[in-house]
Write a protein that binds this ligand. Structure first.
Ligand SMILES: NC(=O)c1ccc[n+]([C@@H]2O[C@H](COP(=O)([O-])OP(=O)(O)OC[C@H]3O[C@@H](n4cnc5c(N)ncnc54)[C@H](O)[C@@H]3O)[C@@H](O)[C@H]2O)c1
Length: 301
């Protein structure tokens, strides 16, 4: 295999998946000056994501948090695309942010590997799946790495860099340099299910759901307990709404299989996902999401 790209040579990025996370990641990468192609199987999602980025950055300009010129450069660096081959033809860094399903991610990254130059780093924003498995099954272990962003990516400071068993140390070093360039603070974590963040985060979220199920307190009071009692910036149920209940369910199912009983998904979570109550993105989860923010709702026990 030829050498993977050095951080100073990274110019062109492809973000795969224009959902909750892909949209924010594309914004962050474009803001740092990378030519950022945003791809999704669902073309309508790409258009919506670009529109949301335009609106979000417009608000930043209005609040004086971003210069108009910086916004224009950011928007100019974004390239919406439905043509995967064209997007990958000269890519240096891929950031896959498709749904949390191993088969889907492996299939997509295999396709990308066949289209991209050998120097390209294959990053995945998976919250819990094995980087080692993804790298092995795409036959690209050395240049496969976890680049785990947090929600919302333009605001959250952490980048969890996950090293698979076969990940090249040069690829880790390049990822750390990229993290600095995009203004994030990286941590390096070895590839274990749920890494350092999701493994702890979903335990609190799942326990909060079980407490709601058994009637310990209302959703807002459970959240307040952690916000005011433990200084969490956001309670676990509100955070689950922000992440997406479907995303949290997929992570819990994976960690339940990999680690054990403490990760068994609560019944209320399965039921809400079946009902299409996915949180902020569907308008309702543990809260109803309005223009002015989350509004408490009563939960049947
Ligand atoms: N939601 C969070 O807070 C959060 C935080 C960190 C990491 N993650 C991880 O990020 C990834 C994406 O999560 P999300 O919340 O953005 O999901 P999402 O459902 O909002 O978005 C996923 C997007 O991927 C697209 N997609 C589906 N199949 C595709 C394919 N074959 N090629 C390209 N695009 C495809 C969908 O159309 C959708 O737009 C998951 O791995 C998740 O675990 C999520």
């Amino acid at each position: 295999m030829s050498e993977s790209v050095q951080a100073s040579d990274v110019r062109r990025v492809v973000v795969l998946g224009a959902g909750t996370m892909g949209q924010g990641i594309a914004q962050v990468m474009a803001q740092a000056g990378y030519v950022t192609h945003l791809y999704d199987v669902d073309a309508a999602r790409i258009g919506r994501a670009i529109e949301s980025i335009k609106q979000a950055t417009d608000r930043l300009v209005q609040k004086g948090k971003m210069l108009n010129e910086a916004r224009s450069e950011l928007i100019g660096a974004l390239v919406p695309t439905s043509d995967l081959a064209q997007a990958c033809s000269d890519v240096d860094l891929v950031i896959e942010s498709a749904p949390e399903q191993m088969e889907l991610k492996v299939g997509l990254l295999r396709e990308v590997k066949a289209l991209a130059p050998e120097r390209a780093i294959l990053g995945t924003n998976t919250s819990s799946l094995s980087i080692t498995e993804i790298g092995t099954r795409t036959a690209a272990a050395a240049r496969t790495i976890g680049l785990h962003f947090f929600n919302p990516p333009p605001v959250m400071e952490l980048l969890e860099v996950v090293r698979g068993l076969g990940t090249d140390e040069g690829v880790v070093a390049t990822s750390l340099a990229i993290a600095k360039r995009i203004g994030k603070t990286p941590i390096v974590v070895n590839d274990m299910p749920g890494f350092a963040t999701s493994r702890l985060g979903v335990v609190i979220g799942a326990e909060a759901m079980r407490m709601l199920e058994s009637g310990v307190a209302s959703a807002e009071d459970i959240d307040r307990a952690m916000e005011l009692g433990y200084r969490h910036p956001m309670g676990p149920l509100k955070l689950t709404d922000l992440v997406g209940l479907d995303v949290r369910l997929m992570i819990l199912e994976h960690l339940h299989r990999e680690i054990g009983e403490q990760f068994r998904p609560p019944a209320i979570l399965r039921q809400m996902v079946r009902a299409g109550r996915l949180g902020k993105k569907s308008g309702e989860g543990f809260y109803r999401w309005t223009e002015s923010g989350p509004v408490p709702i009563a939960h049947k026990r």
